[in-house]
Design a binder for this molecule. Structure first.
Ligand SMILES: NCCCCCC(N)=O
Length: 358
């Protein structure tokens, strides 16, 4: 893409729409996905206030999804997928200066394949990016054999990318490549010059520490980092290590970074009842009340003129909303319940994929 004049725009640059996929697999979503479908519907309707939304759904759920997504700005199309994480299975869109929009179709292996992956078969999810690009008639760059999820990277649109070593250097993604070789693929595909490597992402993040659940860009030169001051919290050393990197980093323009802090909700755990509603299937990640969930207010989506962020019914919800309003004074901040999405292992950024305007 870089050689063709394309780059990955920042999330705050104008969108033509946002993509989502309807949840249903009963071994990841409790009660056949019904509570998650309600949560996804609320997210879709919140986004649709700011920009068009396309929701991809299976044939079996088409009629139900179409009926429940009853808003003008929401289109519903039928495609087959394995699950509903379009941040990771969808294309990473790239744009040029002449109004061109194309997509990078990364190889997907369910967050680790046979070495820690979250479900046993991911062929359909590895096809999602190309199906979306077909629907949009966008040209496609396929990175056959290079595994990456969109949730594991954030860019400032000016040549800098932030990611985590925990994910991109994990042996279950690209064990055949060195850090330098991975950086070279990112530089070429996204037209970035500098990679800022945070050591680890959020504690117990089943994606192996996706950056979109831990640290994101607010504007060029300014980032938002999940933060705790509690030395007893297992996130404490992770936050400290990330801060040390961010304080000494220089971005592609040579800027030092301003680091805004975002509180971490919880600790949040699934209840016995919530876990009882999830099918047990060999090869699929198990759900247990003893496991602390990787809840994060950083896992929000920037849309045209708005911020759509998760709330958790947590004591820190109000503080999180205030932080978002402070760092995004030009955007309308909308908080949408995120617990049902978190029970599936991610949140609002993970279930969305923005398509930049030409
Ligand atoms: N159970 C699968 C969870 C995947 C979460 C995706 C993400 N970007 O966080």
């Amino acid at each position: 893409p870089r050689a063709d004049g394309f780059r990955m725009p920042a999330e705050w640059e104008a969108h033509s729409q946002t993509w989502m996929v309807w949840p249903e697999r009963p071994d990841n979503w409790r009660l056949g996905g019904k509570p998650a479908q309600a949560a996804f519907t609320a997210v879709a309707k919140a986004i649709a206030r700011f920009e068009p939304v396309t929701v991809c759904v299976s044939a079996g759920q088409y009629e139900n999804a179409r009926a429940r997504l009853d808003a003008d700005n929401i289109r519903v199309v039928e495609i087959t997928t394995d699950d509903a994480w379009v941040r990771d299975t969808g294309p990473t869109f790239v744009v040029d200066r002449q109004g061109g929009v194309r997509g990078v179709d990364w190889t997907f292996n369910a967050w680790g394949g046979l070495d820690g992956g979250l479900y046993a078969n991911w062929v359909r999810d590895d096809q999602v990016a190309s199906k979306i690009l077909e629907i949009e008639r966008c040209d496609r760059y396929r990175t056959e054999g290079f595994v990456l999820e969109g949730g594991s990277i954030h860019v400032d649109g000016e040549g800098t990318l932030i990611t985590t070593e925990e994910c991109l250097l994990n042996r279950n993604r690209n064990p055949h490549l060195s850090r330098e070789e991975i950086e070279a693929v990112l530089r070429e595909h996204l037209a970035i010059d500098t990679v800022i490597w945070l050591p680890d992402g959020l504690f117990n993040d089943e994606t192996d520490g996706h950056v979109d659940n831990f640290c994101c860009y607010v504007r060029p030169g300014e980032v938002l980092l999940a933060w705790t001051d509690d030395p007893a919290d297992p996130n404490h050393p992770r936050c400290q290590a990330a801060m040390r990197v961010l304080e000494t980093a220089r971005d592609a323009k040579g800027r030092q970074l301003v680091v805004h802090k975002m509180p971490i909700p919880g600790p949040i755990h699934a209840t016995e009842e919530e876990c009882a509603g999830v099918d047990k299937v060999a090869g699929t990640q198990d759900r247990d009340p003893s496991i602390r969930l990787a809840g994060s207010y950083v896992n929000f989506l920037i849309v045209n003129g708005g911020i759509v962020a998760p709330c958790f019914g947590d004591a820190k919800d109000a503080e999180a909303e205030a932080v978002l309003k402070r760092v995004f004074p030009e955007h309308e901040v909308v908080m949408v319940p995120g617990r049902e999405i978190l029970l599936g292992g991610g949140n609002i950024h993970c279930i969305t994929q923005q398509q930049p305007a030409p």
